[in-house]
Design a protein around this ligand. Structure first.
Ligand code: F6R
Length: 260
């Protein structure tokens, strides 16, 4: 796990975007796993800038989003479909048929989850998965006590997650209780992970993820067992890491080819 601590979220997002852009330039048909939420917004702004100003081409890229709320259609203002088109897809040249987001209105949810996994496999697997971390240590919507080997499935949202995400809904009771999410097994099968976490609120789950035991109580801790994870943090999110100085030195002394 490479831990990369930057002075602020903007600098971290720029570095993460550079890593992603290098991958897309080397492999134009890259398969990306994408996240929603406040954390990747800076990364998405930077990808849009790279596309507009430096011609970064997404025409052969395929994307799979981590999750979607059950019961919300693509036009619902709080759906992750709406989020992704508003914050990223509207500005990139990814063909519509290359974009995959779980269907919150699927009638047969288990069948939909199975076909989502098939689509990931048919696309050749995820080359790079973008992740945020929940205040309770979740990745995707894999809440504490989720199975480490799970694949795309419907989960019941933890009350902490519902509280954190309720502000995006008109009224708290409109916040769904369930979501379709890639499983932890799906995430672990991706070839590389880019985890981003910013702000004091993330300091504790970040420290548990990087320095704690691998436990289903902190789903993100499983990433310690993934062979290629980069964690981009700002100073606040890194503030509870006992080994922050060590992490900094380790990363600074890497050769350039290992940094991208
Ligand atoms: C979003 C997702 C979640 C978020 C996490 C952090 O697609 O899967 O795991 O990454 O809840 O959310 P923010 O970034 O809003 O703090």
């Amino acid at each position: 796990m490479d831990v990369i601590i930057q002075p602020n979220p903007e600098a971290a997002a720029r570095m993460a975007a550079r890593v992603m852009a290098d991958l897309i330039r080397n492999k134009p048909d890259t398969v990306l796993g994408l996240a929603t939420g406040s954390t990747p917004l800076g990364l998405y702004r930077e990808l849009i800038r790279l596309h507009r100003e430096e011609g970064l081409d997404f025409s052969r890229v395929t994307t799979f989003n981590l999750d979607e709320y059950v019961g919300l259609g693509p036009d619902h203002p709080a759906s992750y479909h709406t989020f992704m088109f508003k914050h990223l897809f509207h500005a990139l040249n990814i063909p519509r048929e290359h974009i995959h987001i779980p269907d919150g209105l699927a009638k047969d949810i288990p069948a939909h989850c199975a076909s989502y996994e098939d689509a990931i496999r048919d696309a050749g697997g995820i080359d790079m998965q973008v992740l945020g971390i929940g205040a309770n240590g979740h990745i995707g919507f894999n809440e504490p006590m989720s199975s480490f080997t799970s694949h795309t499935t419907m989960t019941t949202l933890a009350s902490r997650t519902r509280q954190d995400n309720a502000p995006f809904f008109e009224r708290e009771e409109m916040m769904p209780h369930h979501a379709i999410t890639m499983g932890i097994g799906t995430i672990m099968e991706s070839r590389q992970c880019l985890m981003l976490a910013f702000g004091r609120r993330k300091a504790r789950p970040v420290a548990q993820m990087i320095e704690g035991s691998v436990t289903p109580l902190v789903p993100a801790s499983v990433l310690q067992q993934h062979p290629a994870v980069r964690v981009f943090l700002d100073k606040e999110a890194a503030s509870e890491l006992r080994g922050a100085g060590y992490d900094r030195r380790l990363y600074e002394n890497k050769p350039e080819w290992q940094k991208t």
